[in-house]
Design a protein around this ligand. Structure first.
Ligand SMILES: [Zn+2]
Ligand SMILES: [Zn+2]
Ligand SMILES: [Zn+2]
Length: 233
């Protein structure tokens, strides 16, 4: 469990971004949308939670009340690609779209499962998300990686697992913590998305390397790299 913040508000029971410990890395949301700074820097979000003294209308609480954007639907795209995810209503920049749901698994299990999917040429529903952060080791600043592995294979109803990779994506995965060390990997709109436009994110967003796999990419964007990113560590 993460610690809650201290009382730092006046009369309306909403945290003051200048003083709230949960918002120490900045004000994540502006009008319930992820701020341009957080989108650009892929900054992890810490929302206020049940151990915080603020009210439910605190600006530091957004994804904890929402399962997903209300107008999402899955549609078959092609035999090669399978299904994809779409919205029937316009999505504004910074809006929370859905999370990548699944079972939390160990990194070794995640890698084994991905290798197995590759070998059998099956769709992969395992996400390995690495957050890079600076920390001190023996007096030196080193770059460490905090890894969250999610297996969405059996989560058929979840929207996150239906989102295809694109080399020119319109969503970005961001780790959001609501009182727990383990984050929920939430997908936010990087830009305005018109209705009926396929939703996508880059599978290399949370990957520790920028290597490519041997699986072909069919995203069709001008900047397509022809192969899907390798998400293994
Ligand atoms: Zn708060
Ligand atoms: Zn708080
Ligand atoms: Zn591509």
């Amino acid at each position: 469990m993460l610690e809650g913040c201290e009382v730092s508000f006046s009369s309306d029971s909403k945290c003051d971004p200048e003083k709230c410990a949960c918002m120490r890395s900045g004000l994540a949301y502006e009008g319930h949308k992820l701020s341009a700074e957080f989108l650009r820097d892929k900054r992890p979000v810490f929302e206020c939670h049940e151990d915080c003294p603020c009210s439910l209308s605190c600006p530091s609480r957004v994804t904890q009340f929402i399962d997903h954007w209300p107008f999402l639907f899955k549609k078959n795209i092609s035999d090669q690609v399978g299904a994809g995810l779409f919205s029937s209503s316009p999505i504004p920049e910074g809006a929370f779209v859905c999370s990548y749901d699944g079972k939390l698994i160990e990194q070794s299990e995640a890698i084994a499962k991905m290798d197995e999917n590759d070998a059998k040429n099956q769709h992969n529903y395992v996400m390995i998300f690495t957050e890079n952060y600076q920390h001190e080791k023996h007096g030196d600043q080193v770059l460490g990686g905090l890894c969250t592995c999610i297996d969405g294979t059996d989560f058929h109803q979840s929207f996150g697992r239906s989102i295809n990779h694109s080399c020119d994506p319109n969503l970005i995965p961001i780790p959001v913590r609501c009182g727990w060390e383990v984050p929920r990997i939430c997908l936010f709109a990087m830009t305005y998305i018109a209705p009926g436009h396929e939703l996508s994110y880059s599978y290399s967003s949370g990957a520790p390397s920028q290597k490519l796999s041997t699986k072909q990419c069919f995203c069709g964007s001008k900047s397509c790299r022809k192969f899907l990113p390798s998400v293994a560590c």
